[in-house]
Design a protein around this ligand. Structure first.
Ligand SMILES: Cc1ncc(COP(=O)(O)O)c(C=O)c1O
Length: 438
């Protein structure tokens, strides 16, 4: 246990094995570029961009300066019935870089809040159009949409749902797309599984499509262990939604801002949803912020009635916070100047070769990749699921590499500034870790 002034007990850590951590803490005290510094002075290569968010790497000068400047100029402005220039500038820039037709931006403070916001907009949109019977929300098994009640209701990760009651009513789930029998060790999009999208037709037949407001999916499912959409799957979802007048929401909290080699996954897959949720890479993870991008038709549907009336009864005290906006603007500039939103596409081949070279390591049962994302699925220890991958996480950290694990899958998502020499270090270290793992 540390000194009284830095007692570890009080902080109830999120998504963390608190007792294990507090016995042997892993403490980061500084970061720059691709590396963290630990409290015992070691350099740790960031193989996860923090939590999939530090896309431009750490301590970027433009971002640091923008925060300092904004804090000294306008620290806060009320988010309701008042404005400040940077929120409008940022919204315009986001709309300009968003897929065609997504012209409007609603600011939030996290991915979870973006999800709640998008679900609420979807419901309210149908009501505003006089189609108030559309109240059902459809998610997917294994989906992750943050931790608030809407998000865990449409989400499909059992551990995130089972302790929290009956959740939202009127929610259903499509089946997930993981099919290792047919698709194991695929590079990029799997060949097999477009037909999983037809599960939406089954749900439409069960509930009647006229009761369904929206379908939400991660175009690439990250937190469940990195599942790529099969070829043709997203296109088919889009077609079914169009056929039945259902809104399609892409949760791009992870895939937004260059992770797959395009600004958004919607660009990457050539499928445009009606709403996109973002957060994380929007501010390089430095200041909490999220944004929901909406099609013009959706925004326009609300712009009716008396002009003095609030059109959407939703928003957060920190929606479009000036410091968050300044951070996001500096982040977007950094992405642009350094070509980071397409850099993952340039490195894809080198990254995939290095990743898939681990195929012969013990216990590896699948490897998946796309852009600067990699997943290595390990066979679980019998009777102790997750233990093998978690040990890999601990060993990698000891050897100077931060990875992330979910279940028995190791997920990799480094900052987009990664160089080939870092990729070599990352996979050499992982090979060593996996080779010596029980
Ligand atoms: C797809 C997706 N949606 C939502 C979230 C929640 O974001 P936050 O943790 O910022 O609330 C995440 C976080 O990993 C995510 O991956």
């Amino acid at each position: 246990m540390r000194s009284e002034t830095n007692n570890l007990e009080a902080f109830w850590m999120p998504f963390t094995a608190n007792r294990q951590f507090k016995q042997k803490p892993r403490m980061l005290v500084a970061a720059e570029g691709m590396h963290y510094t630990t409290d015992d002075g070691r350099q740790i290569l960031d193989g996860t961009a923090g939590l999939w968010c530090v896309n431009a790497g750490h301590k970027r000068p433009k971002i640091v300066e923008a925060i300092q400047k904004q804090a000294a100029e306008l620290d806060y402005a009320p988010a309701f019935q008042m404005g400040h220039p940077k929120a409008f500038e940022l919204a315009s820039k986001l709309a300009a870089m968003a897929p065609q037709g997504m012209d409007h931006v609603f600011f939030t403070n996290s991915g979870s809040e973006s999800v709640e916001t998008a679900l609420k907009i979807a419901l309210a949109y149908h009501r505003a159009r006089g189609d108030a019977g559309r109240t059902r929300l459809i998610g997917r098994e294994r989906g992750y949409h943050g931790v608030n009640f809407g998000g865990i209701s449409v989400g499909g990760i059992v551990a995130n749902r089972k302790s929290f009651g009956t959740l939202l009513t009127g929610v259903d789930h499509m089946r997930h797309t993981h099919d290792p029998d047919r698709n194991a060790f695929t590079r990029g999009q799997p060949e097999h599984g477009a037909e999983f999208a037809d599960d939406l037709e089954r749900i439409c037949a069960l509930h009647d499509p006229s009761t369904i407001a929206a379908v939400i999916v991660e175009p690439m499912a990250g937190s469940t262990g990195v599942l790529m959409p099969p070829k043709g799957y997203l296109e088919r979802l889009r077609a079914i939604c169009d056929k039945h007048g259902i809104l399609l929401i892409f949760d791009e909290v992870i895939t937004g801002f260059g992770r797959l080699g395009s600004p958004f996954a919607a660009d990457h897959f050539g499928v445009t949803p009606d709403l996109i949720t973002t957060a994380k890479g929007l501010t390089n993870g430095v200041i909490p912020m999220g944004a929901v991008l909406a099609k013009k038709e959706i925004y326009d549907a609300f712009m009716t009635g008396p002009e003095n009336m609030i059109e959407l009864f939703h928003g957060y005290t920190y929606s479009g916070n000036p410091i968050a906006c300044a951070t996001a603007l500096a982040t977007l500039e950094t992405y642009q100047e350094e070509g980071l939103l397409t850099r993952a596409a340039e490195l894809d081949g080198y990254w995939a070769d290095a990743l898939h070279s681990l195929r012969d390591c013990p216990n590896v049962i699948d490897i998946r990749n796309m852009g600067l994302i990699g997943a290595i699925e390990l066979s679980p220890i019998e009777g102790a699921p997750t233990k093998r991958a978690f040990q890999a996480f601990l060993d990698a950290y000891e050897q100077g590499l931060l990875i992330r694990t979910t279940g028995d899958t190791i997920a990799l998502s480094p900052p987009l500034i990664i160089e080939k020499s870092h990729i070599d270090f990352l996979f050499d270290t992982l090979r060593n870790v996996l080779t010596n793992l029980d």
